[in-house]
Write a protein that binds this ligand. Structure first.
Ligand code: DX5
Ligand code: ZN
Length: 224
């Protein structure tokens, strides 16, 4: 595979009192992952659109918004209008056809992403995925940083990769949760393109070095 892996540090593990500096500490990342949680879809509450707009205004890195919220059709387009590179909604939270959300996101100028919790099968969404640009395979249960990577999600990554490589889908395959130096190679070998890493980047003494290390590991594992 020729395309180089994308590394997306998650601000969830950053110092919330210093979001501008924290976005600048990962200036050499590909995307900056922004986890929106509403205390309903997941049992945790983080930040929403006004904070995203403030970060967007100062971040050297394009934002990758991951909406772990109910009623995504109502809220997601605002993140695209605010300038996010990619906006991902959860399949489990879509009460209507996810394709309508994807169309709204693309019309507002962002990529459209669909996220699947570990227990949600990919096969149920094959008919809607042609309208999406990214598929986020959750490799932990959504809600918190610093959890252990669930290797049982890897078959879903492999299946998505296969569908892309055989021309059935055109998507970036993203993994999120428990990605670190011990797990990124498995996820890369399974076929992921985008790697979200919260604690592995912001928990490191030198986030730039952590990003470079993860990127090198992923690139090597994808070729091998
Ligand atoms: C979890 C979030 C993740 C989280 C990952 O619900 O979606 O993006 O920040 O954190 P780590 O990399 O520490 O597992
Ligand atoms: Zn996330």
């Amino acid at each position: 595979m020729s395309r180089s892996p994308l590394i997306a540090p998650s601000l969830l593990s950053a110092d919330f009192a210093r979001l501008a500096e924290e976005s600048q500490r990962v200036a050499d990342a590909d995307w900056l992952h922004f986890d929106v949680m509403d205390a309903h879809f997941v049992p945790n509450l983080t930040f929403g659109l006004p904070v995203m707009q403030a970060v967007q205004a100062v971040s050297p890195v394009p934002l990758d918004c991951h909406l772990m919220i109910e009623d995504p059709a109502r809220w997601a387009p605002g993140y695209a209008e605010a300038g996010a590179r990619n906006v991902t909604v959860h399949a489990e939270a879509c009460t209507d056809d996810p394709r309508a959300v994807a169309r709204d996101l693309r019309a507002a100028g962002s990529l459209a992403g669909l996220a699947l919790k570990p227990g949600t099968p990919l096969e149920e969404y094959l008919d809607v995925l042609p309208e999406f640009d990214t598929l986020l395979v959750m490799t932990v249960e959504p809600g918190f940083g610093g959890q252990r990577f669930l290797a049982e999600t890897l078959p879903k990554v492999r299946r998505a990769r296969e569908l892309v490589d055989t021309g059935h889908l055109t998507l970036l395959v993203e993994v999120d949760g428990g990605i670190n130096a011990d797990t990124i190679e498995q996820a890369a070998a399974a076929g992921a393109d985008v790697f979200v890493a919260g604690s592995a980047v912001y928990g490191a003494d030198d986030p730039a070095r952590a990003i470079a290390g993860l990127r090198a590991q992923a690139a090597a594992a994808r070729q091998g």
